[in-house]
Ligand binder design. Structure first.
Ligand SMILES: Nc1nc2c(ncn2[C@@H]2O[C@H](COP(=O)(O)OP(=O)(O)O)[C@@H](O)[C@H]2O)c(=O)[nH]1
Ligand SMILES: [Mg+2]
Length: 359
């Protein structure tokens, strides 16, 4: 990241932090504090990337049997993850995209034990990879447990993998989350740690099982502040999509514009482009791509500045003063002005207008 880009993000980050602190002091509504916290997390992530090619981690979470692995296979363009009605163990599976030239065989798999012992495999087909993943991902491996499996390939069929994505399947993590909050076992600790490292969070529920108590608690405790893309899978089991949308909003408190209705099974069965589109998976894929773009300094700056502006605007209307000190405001506005594009002009105009509404 260039120094200018870094400053851009840093100045905005500091301003949002000042607002967040103020919101805590004046007891602003929880939703306002949540939105500011989400912004802080995002800006922190953007600052933490070393450069454009640093990998972006995309993780899927949710109870067993939500079709998570089926969906990821679709997004990967290769059937390498085990899908079954019987839940797997807690092995995490990561798919990394690497240039074909750096591989000895089309597929490289590493099976990593709890004690960090690594077992490497070279495979020539997705079927062979699937067999290895199935074998090591679904049971204990002698005395120690398989902690993680990493699959490296070019993933030429996958749009997401081309953007330096790392796709993470988390079978069994949800079992850890469902334990009582006070009881932070090793499993829970590990799963929560993993969540912190994920840049784009996908939360997956099922159209035919909306709103169980444990799932709602899971969302509230561990997902909400990560601002996930919420996936309602199994939409093939529903005939009334508007009703399904309303139900998920009501049950989980999802933001409406963060919901995607999909059927990973229909995507899998699709034989042409039209059927694929109808499954909802391609539009989910586009949404994830947009989210990845927002992790770059420029797009990230504007999207966070706009969100910040919306928070400030709402609070001005509610007569709550969350405005950071002038010096902090001026720093990121000056940085934005120095970009000198039409986009930056519009964004700056908007934020100045919002700020003036406080006086
Ligand atoms: N009807 C329907 N079944 C699905 C869909 N996606 C997955 N399944 C089935 O649901 C079961 C669990 O899928 P899996 O991907 O292993 O779920 P996971 O445990 O969340 O990873 C499998 O038998 C899948 O074939 C879907 O969109 N619709
Ligand atoms: Mg699975």
């Amino acid at each position: 990241m260039s120094i200018e880009d870094y400053k851009l993000i840093e100045h905005l980050h500091v301003a949002v932090r000042r607002s967040f602190d103020k919101a805590g002091l004046c007891d602003a509504p929880q939703g306002v504090r949540d939105n500011l916290e989400i912004l802080l997390r995002k800006l922190g992530q953007i600052r933490a990337f070393e450069n454009e090619s640093s990998p972006r981690r995309i993780g899927i979470f949710g109870p067993p049997n939500r079709g998570k692995s089926t969906l990821l296979n679709e997004l990967l363009g290769a059937k390498i993850l085990t899908t079954s009605p019987i839940p797997m163990t807690r092995t995490v599976i990561e798919a990394h995209s690497v240039p074909q030239a750096s591989l000895e065989a089309p597929w490289h798999v590493e099976v990593i034990d709890d004690d960090d012992f690594i077992r490497p495999f070279e495979h020539s087909s997705a079927e062979e990879v699937a067999a290895t993943v199935q074998q090591y991902g679904s049971h204990r491996n002698g005395a120690s447990e398989v902690r993680k499996i990493i699959v490296r390939s070019a993933f030429g069929e996958s749009k997401l993998m081309k953007q330096n994505g790392i796709l993470i399947d988390t079978p069994g993590a949800e079992v850890a989350f469902s334990q009582a909050d006070g009881d932070r076992s090793e499993d829970t600790r590990r799963a929560v740690e993993m969540l912190k490292e994920v840049h784009v969070v996908l939360f997956c529920v099922r159209a035919d099982q909306v709103g169980s108590e444990s799932e709602r608690a899971f969302y509230q405790h561990h997902m909400r502040l990560l601002d996930p893309i919420n996936i309602v899978n199994f939409k093939d089991t529903s005939t009334d999509e508007p009703m399904l949308l309303r139900e998920t909003v009501k049950n989980y408190g999802f933001k409406r514009d963060r919901i995607h209705l999909v059927s990973s099974r229909d995507a899998q069965k699709a034989t042409n482009k039209k059927e694929k589109e109808a499954s909802g998976v391609p539009s989910l894929e586009d949404a994830i791509l947009r989210e990845l773009a927002r992790l770059t300094p420029h797009d990230g700056f504007f999207s966070c500045m706009n969100d910040f502006g919306s928070v400030l605007k709402n609070q001005a209307q509610a007569n709550v003063d969350l405005l950071p000190e002038k010096v902090h405001l001026n720093r990121f506005i000056r940085a934005a002005e120095s970009i000198g594009s039409r986009e930056s002009e519009i964004a700056v105009e908007r934020i100045k207008h919002i700020i003036s509404s406080y006086q």
